[in-house]
Design a protein around this ligand. Structure first.
Ligand SMILES: NC(=O)c1ccc[n+]([C@@H]2O[C@H](COP(=O)([O-])OP(=O)(O)OC[C@H]3O[C@@H](n4cnc5c(N)ncnc54)[C@H](OP(=O)(O)O)[C@@H]3O)[C@@H](O)[C@H]2O)c1
Length: 373
């Protein structure tokens, strides 16, 4: 469905910039980053909302409830939002209906909902007499969620890859010990993520060496309310007494070495956000196949000098073919200090056309520079 592009007021353009910035506060994953701003008829930004991840209020509903909390009357206002309002009843109600019920007169959105354009909320809004315009900052909004759009188009889960490594990129010592390279704060952060994702995946090698549980746990060791599916990838059998099997029916063995096939199997099971946790063979396989959207690296100030490297061969033999990841400010920032560790957050080379491009936030360096020795 196409809507007529038009010129926008300065207030509408500023509101879209504010909505794009607000969107970055949310976490990447099964759902896109979305921000929304409610504008008064005279161009004042009345309320801002953003999406905090799967199962929570959408940005539009968040902005409406923010306005209500402030006691602001939003009848006859304009909603400026980075993505077409949804029309479906998922875990939260459809945003198109919430906008109509709130008496909002006009909606300006940046890009269409990629799931099924014909079923998007724009048609519903128009039919209800709401003025609908799309395309404002469309390119920026597309960049904001480029990896997520790719995953939706490929009908595969959004993939977060997690590495807990030493300063010299080791994920285990020579004797196989790896628990724990990360500090307790990093472990808690990782378990917080496990409590949000649909599934977690390791290779048979990690199961045979570490016998991990792969559950989401609170810092005091209790099981979190939400548990991800626990997937093990590889041709060898998973031992009957392996901890990962658990007894809650959430274990799945993926008897393949093909990462695309593994993603297809998980997508069929309803997985929309997968975290790949290792070890090196599995991490490298997903990276070499360009099937990773987001990278989270917990970097401990520890040296081993030998042991299992985080990555194996990625099929790169010359610097010109190197993978250039982008620092990702979404969901809490690109570089954070967690206890004694650094937490690095990056987006895939596919997202390199991103609005935040290859520069450490706050620095001037915007391009890679090759220099002399
Ligand atoms: N620091 C950390 O965060 C962390 C996390 C996880 C693991 N680790 C460490 O990593 C080490 C294990 O490393 P790993 O590489 O053996 O484990 P892995 O990557 O978990 O598993 C490797 C196995 O996966 C299977 N596999 C499936 N697809 C594959 C593919 N495309 N290419 C290669 N193999 C594939 C193969 O077994 P089949 O023959 O069964 O197909 C292979 O032997 C352990 O020491 C563990 O402690 C550290």
């Amino acid at each position: 469905m196409s809507f007529v592009d038009t010129s926008y007021t300065a207030a509408e353009s500023e509101a879209m910039d504010a909505a794009l910035t607000a969107a970055l506060a949310g976490p990447r994953g099964a759902n896109p980053l979305v921000g929304a701003v409610i504008l008064s008829p005279d161009g004042e930004q009345l309320a801002t909302g953003y999406h905090r991840g799967a199962g929570t209020a959408h940005a539009e509903a968040d902005a409406i409830s923010e306005a209500r909390k402030k006691g602001i009357d939003i009848v006859g206002t304009t909603m400026v939002v980075t993505l077409e309002p949804c029309n479906h009843v998922g875990r939260t109600g459809p945003c198109a209906q919430a906008i109509i019920a709130a008496g909002i007169a006009k909606v300006i959105y940046a890009v269409d909902d990629p799931h099924d354009p014909a079923a998007g909320g724009a048609r519903t809004l128009s039919a209800a007499g709401v003025e609908v315009i799309s395309g404002l900052e469309g390119e920026k909004a597309l960049d904001l969620n480029r990896d997520w759009f790719d995953a939706v188009a490929a009908k595969r889960p959004f993939v977060t890859l997690h590495i807990a490594q030493t300063l010299d990129s080791r994920i285990a010592a020579v004797d196989g010990t790896s628990q724990w390279i990360s500090c307790p704060e990093s472990l808690a952060d990782n378990h917080g993520l496990r409590g949000l994702i649909d599934a977690i995946l390791v290779g048979t090698g990690t199961v045979l060496v570490d016998d991990p549980r792969l559950t989401a746990r609170t810092p005091d060791g209790e099981l979190s309310a939400h548990q991800p599916i626990r997937a093990v990838m590889g041709l060898r059998d998973v031992p009957q007494d392996a901890a990962v099997r658990g007894n809650d029916g959430r274990f799945v063995h993926l008897p393949t070495r093909d990462p695309a096939e593994a993603l297809g199997m998980l997508f069929e099971k309803g997985v929309r956000h997968l975290m790949v946790e290792g070890g090196s063979s599995i991490l490298s396989t997903f990276l070499a196949a360009d099937l990773v959207d987001e990278l989270i690296v917990y970097l401990a100030p520890t040296l081993l000098g030998s042991g299992t490297p985080a990555l194996n061969d990625l099929g790169i033999t010359t610097l010109a073919d190197a993978q250039h990841w982008s620092w990702d400010e979404a969901g809490g920032g690109a570089v954070r200090i967690l206890g004694n560790d650094l937490r690095l957050h990056l987006r895939s080379p596919r997202g390199a056309a991103s609005i935040i491009k290859n520069s450490i936030p706050g620095s001037e360096a915007a391009e890679y520079v090759t220099g002399g020795h």
